[in-house]
Ligand binder design. Structure first.
Ligand SMILES: [Zn+2]
Length: 238
């Protein structure tokens, strides 16, 4: 039996056998792995905090034939604010869900940092939760090779001047001349706000001020696009 240490964030925790939990952990060192946390459903279990989504910690585990059993857990960051707020928890679970879909069991340091930055934005900054979600979805689209190009039409290559459409078949932005039956129109305001969020780092998102209804309409379109690109329904955004 081999002992290993890794830094990770719990994406999912489900009951396993009588008293155990099975954790899906996105780790910095190994990508996504599944690990057992034994006895955690007992009243006096000391690692209860480790069996919660959003637990960001350093874990110690034993590994045998590719199965991991957690033996120790030292919390690095608590995302209490996210869990205790309805909107933030939806946004937070979206981050965990998307990560569980797009990351495999290989290390991805860049996405690990992106997820932690996103959760820190939700937890600590004054950033609007919808803005953070839009930024995270845009970043996820980039990551899976469907990043939106805001400069020019993906079809004809001309700079956008009038209306802009998102082609739901291709997941690309296009102009009014090139749009197809599968294209959804973005208003000038939606396009402008989306472009600003795209060009702003997580750390500076709190400077963006717009009405919630604009963000929600953008999120509806982006969610539809991301679900088509991933070929799945996002449960956290139902
Ligand atoms: Zn065009």
């Amino acid at each position: 039996m081999e002992q290993i240490k890794f830094n990770g964030i719990v994406l999912k925790a489900v009951d396993y056998k009588d008293k155990d939990k099975l954790l899906t952990i996105f780790t910095l060192e190994l990508g996504i792995l599944t690990a057992t946390l034994k006895g955690v459903n007992q009243d006096k279990a000391k690692l209860k905090f480790a069996a919660m989504p959003f637990c960001f910690a350093e874990f110690v585990a034993t590994s045998k034939n590719g199965f991991y059993t957690i033996t120790e857990c030292m919390q690095i960051e608590s995302f209490y604010n996210i869990i205790s707020n309805y909107n933030k928890s939806i946004a937070g679970f979206l981050g965990l869900e998307i990560s569980s879909i797009i990351i495999q069991n290989v290390p991805d340091e860049l996405w690990f940092i992106t997820l932690i930055n996103y959760l820190k934005t939700l937890e600590f900054s004054n950033c609007n939760d919808y803005v953070a979600m839009i930024k995270f979805i845009l970043t996820a689209l980039n990551k899976i090779g469907y990043g939106l190009s805001f400069d020019c039409c993906s079809e004809c290559g001309l700079k956008f001047v009038g209306d802009v459409y998102i082609n739901m078949e291709m997941g690309e932005l296009e102009c009014a001349t090139c749009k197809s039956a599968n294209s959804t129109k973005l208003t000038r305001q939606q396009f402008a706000v989306l472009n600003i969020i795209n060009n702003t780092d997580f750390a500076s998102l709190s400077s963006i001020k717009q009405k919630d209804e604009v963000y929600i309409s953008i999120l509806t379109v982006l969610k539809h696009n991301l679900q088509l690109r991933l070929g799945t329904t996002l449960k956290s955004l139902k």
